[in-house]
Design a protein. Structure first.
Ligand SMILES: Cc1cc2nc3c(=O)[nH]c(=O)nc-3n(C[C@H](O)[C@H](O)[C@H](O)COP(=O)(O)O)c2cc1C
Length: 336
């Protein structure tokens, strides 16, 4: 209700300012106890050995540095993912770099992993009193050559391992040059081998097993999806997130901003992301749980992701267009 009143005002601001202002307002409202969360009634689910109070989470990229987790938790998410974080801080791409396409309930972003770096994120996580499930999404710095990407992922993995409920290896952002190349089997096979080895080492050292999850793009051929799924099983990866934003402009070609470079998210991605989930599920058959994301704008979209084979779902752009009520609606539709 409140969000429907605020949205027209927020949409008058440029998208990145609106993002910053909204997060600050949510943070302050929480600090002054004006934002009281009401738990959403739902049966818990055990996925990847973690106890999820409900299956609807916040997708990566909204709170890149983990500054607003306590406040965002009040919206009733079953889990929250922060990041993408890189080993070193970086400013991201030049502004403007975030665009709304309201006629299509969509956004295009080319933020380029703007973040304060893994040390600052860990510092923020240490100071939060969030008791829920926290995913930490890791990436590589823009100036690390893709041949050395494994070193960046290892560095982040070591820094965040102890503090995360699960860790996401993001190889699918469209805004870091050549990053998506890591989805090629010849590069993904050794990368997953290296990260899995380190995960097992860290599990021994920390006395805690933190599940490792891989996030993939929607812009993959069916054969590539099948090969990736096979690799995930080979390396005993704990989960897969499908999908990131898309290079495609189908459905928005005629609209303002559609020619901006970056990843398209929101309603034009819904069906395509669901198809990727369905294809993954066809190979994985439950062996590796799928977290479904991409264009969940209403309860039905969330339900369709679950029906296609997802065990959990995440939202981002839907939250911008529909507000926090989307979380409860999605949880209730899935629980039915
Ligand atoms: C502004 C913006 C920033 C994003 N940043 C990240 C990011 O840092 N890491 C990541 O893995 N995904 C990022 N994403 C992708 C989302 O997590 C999600 O996978 C994608 O937007 C599809 O879901 P949606 O249609 O619900 O937004 C970002 C998306 C948006 C719109």
């Amino acid at each position: 209700m409140l969000y429907s009143l605020l949205r027209p005002l927020l949409f008058r601001l440029n998208p990145e300012t609106a993002h910053r202002v909204t997060l600050k307002a949510i943070g302050n409202a929480h600090r002054f106890k004006l934002l009281q969360g009401h738990p959403i009634d739902c049966k818990h689910r055990n996925i990847m050995g973690l106890d999820f109070p409900n299956p609807v989470g916040l997708a990566a990229g909204l709170d890149k540095n983990g500054e607003y987790v306590n406040a965002l938790a009040a919206f009733g998410f079953g889990f929250i993912e922060i990041g993408t974080v890189t080993p070193r801080p970086q400013p991201g791409n030049q502004k403007p770099r975030l665009f709304r396409i309201p006629q299509a309930n969509a956004m295009i972003n080319r933020l380029g992993f703007n973040n304060y770096g893994a040390d600052k994120l860990v510092e923020n996580v240490k100071h939060m009193n969030y008791q829920g499930i926290l995913g930490i999404n890791i990436g590589k710095n823009f100036d690390t050559p893709v041949e050395k990407a494994a070193e960046d992922y290892l560095m982040c993995l070591r820094k965040v391992y102890y503090y995360a409920s699960y860790i996401v290896v993001n190889i699918s952002s469209p805004n870091t040059p050549n990053l998506r190349q890591l989805q090629n089997i010849e590069e993904l096979d050794p990368l997953l081998g290296t990260l899995k080895l380190e995960q097992n080492k860290l599990a021994d050292e920390c006395g805690k097993y933190t599940p490792l999850v891989v996030k993939i793009a929607p812009d993959l051929e069916t054969t590539q999806i099948i090969s990736i799924a096979t690799l995930l099983m080979k390396h005993k990866i704990d989960g897969v997130i499908a999908t990131n934003s898309t290079f495609s402009r189908i459905g928005v070609e005629h609209l303002p901003h559609s020619s901006e470079t970056g990843g398209l998210s929101g309603a034009p991605l819904t069906k395509h992301a669901t198809t990727v989930i369905h294809q993954l599920h066809g190979v994985l058959q439950g062996a590796v749980p799928i977290i479904g994301v991409g264009g969940i704008m209403c309860a039905t979209d969330a339900k369709e992701k679950m029906d296609a084979g997802a065990s959990l779902v995440q939202v981002y752009t839907g939250l911008i267009y529909r507000g926090p009520k989307l979380v409860r609606e999605a949880v209730q539709a899935i629980s039915k």
